[in-house]
Design a protein around this ligand. Structure first.
Ligand code: ATP
Ligand code: MG
Length: 439
């Protein structure tokens, strides 16, 4: 046998038995964002490499180590998107979306690509749900974006996720802070890891984010950005906290959140869990007041977040969050012989038009094998279609749970099926209504 080809390291399949979980999560997130006025934006998987160099920032880990960059056959340098904000800003500018009433609110579900060391909750192809709110400078926007993430996580049934909040100021107050930070870390230069020694000149704030225990210990007593905020940034941060308090969104201040991407200003936040191992940040985001202008657009203070769907699903499994049940067939039609098989396909289609899920035999199996199959599929009803049934135009509709049989006329199968199963269809509707109301 020829050797089989396996999936690329750090990528993951979503199999048919699991996909409904993804569909449910994506739908819930998009619906929640929709309730805040966000509409979906779809951008390409690859962009010009320069887009990410400029937006994500060329001193970041993402740009320095993690990007999937390649030349296409036309010699253009392209990069598979490592995150969603850059493409969203590009689309905003390219299509002049900022000429609409502000803020412009866009959300997305997309795959991202980063060349990282694969482990639980860390993949090379992963998926993010994200929102971007363009043109909203006031603290109420920060509070609303954070509340959106908070409510979406709650709606999915998640608990015990800590919201960590910080402000990293604006370029003006940060300059003074960076000088203080450099001076502090310079005293420990020899003890810092190689990466952080490098960061000392270029981007000392990133040292606060280092995972090395030695760097972490040194960082413990480093100056805090919160002590260096200018009056405007301080007032903004107070405004965000006051609104979160009013909304009942709990948070803790974590002065060492700096975020891995260069474009952040003022508010930064993470939703963190301790239940899925080291990769516990489920959702992360913040404000990026300068980015749109830096990318050649107008001055447009903006903010957003990205929520990692693989980590979210890991956590939902861990916490036994409810997922909607698999769609089971309403009916399985078991035809005997070719004429019945053709008729079965027609009846099945008519019922599908009505919204029912109907399966029938495609493999010419015998009756016993078909009933076993119907059972395995979890069909609510079955209908045997043989020569007799075709001749008389009548058949028995069998309720698989109770065994009860109801005679039906094939010419009126759709109406009859609807009459018999109305209860089932109704109770399903009620169930989803109850679920919605509970939220
Ligand atoms: P981390 O500190 O875990 O590397 P990050 O700061 O690089 O995260 P962001 O760029 O802010 O992450 O992306 C937002 C979210 O996307 C993260 O909070 C996480 O849930 C998810 N995420 C990031 N990188 C990966 C990855 N390689 N695999 C799976 N999910 C990821
Ligand atoms: Mg990372």
């Amino acid at each position: 046998m020829a050797q089989t080809i396996t999936a690329v390291r750090g990528t993951q399949d979503v199999l048919p038995g699991e996909s409904r979980k993804w569909q449910y999560v994506e739908k819930t997130l998009l619906q929640t964002a929709g309730q805040y006025g966000y509409r979906e934006l779809r951008v390409p998987v690859f962009e010009q490499t320069g887009l990410f160099l400029r937006s994500v920032g060329d001193t970041t880990d993402v740009v320095q180590k993690e990007m999937y960059t390649f030349d296409d056959k036309g010699g253009r340098s392209l990069t598979l998107r490592p995150e969603g904000t850059a493409g969203a800003v590009r689309a905003l500018l390219e299509h002049g979306l900022y000429n609409d009433a502000l803020p412009v609110k866009a959300c997305y579900v997309l795959s991202c690509y980063r060349y990282e060391k694969p482990q639980a909750g860390r993949l090379r192809e992963f998926h993010q749900f994200g929102v971007e709110c363009f043109g909203a400078p006031a603290p109420s926007a920060d509070a609303e974006v954070i509340a959106l993430a908070h409510n979406a996580l709650r709606r999915l049934g998640l608990q015990n996720i800590r919201l960590e909040l910080n402000s990293i100021g604006c370029p003006t107050c940060r300059a003074e802070y960076l000088a203080a930070l450099r001076a502090y870390f310079a005293d420990y230069k020899d003890q810092l890891c190689a990466t952080c020694q490098d960061r000392l000149e270029r981007n000392p704030m990133r040292i606060l984010d280092c995972k090395s225990p030695v760097c972490q210990a040194i960082a413990q007593n480093a100056p805090k950005m919160l002590d260096y905020l200018c009056d405007d940034c301080q007032a903004h941060f107070e405004g965000v906290k006051a609104r979160l308090n009013a909304a009942g969104v709990e948070y803790v201040i974590n002065p060492s959140i700096v975020r891995g991407l260069d474009y952040y200003t003022r508010t930064v936040f993470e939703f963190v869990s301790t239940e899925i191992g080291a990769q516990g940040t489920v959702c992360a985001g913040g404000r990026y007041d300068g980015l749109v202008a830096e990318m050649g657009g107008p001055q447009l203070p903006s903010l957003g977040f990205g929520l990692g769907l693989e980590r979210l699903l890991l956590l939902m499994e861990k916490q036994n969050c409810p997922f909607p049940a698999e769609q089971k067939p309403h009916l399985y039609i078991a035809p005997m012989g070719e004429a019945a098989q053709i008729a079965a396909a027609t009846y099945a289609d008519a019922l599908r038009q009505e919204g029912f899920c109907v399966l029938t035999d495609l493999n010419g199996r015998g009756l016993k094998a078909q009933m076993k199959y119907a059972d395995k599929l979890g069909a609510a009803y079955t209908l045997v279609l043989g020569d007799d049934e075709l001749q008389t135009g009548a058949a028995q509709l069998k309720n698989m749970a109770t065994g009860a049989q109801t005679p039906v006329k094939l010419a009126e199968l759709t109406a009859a099926f609807y009459a018999v199963t109305k209860q089932t269809a109704l109770s399903q509707l009620e169930e989803s209504a109850a679920r919605f109301n509970k939220e």
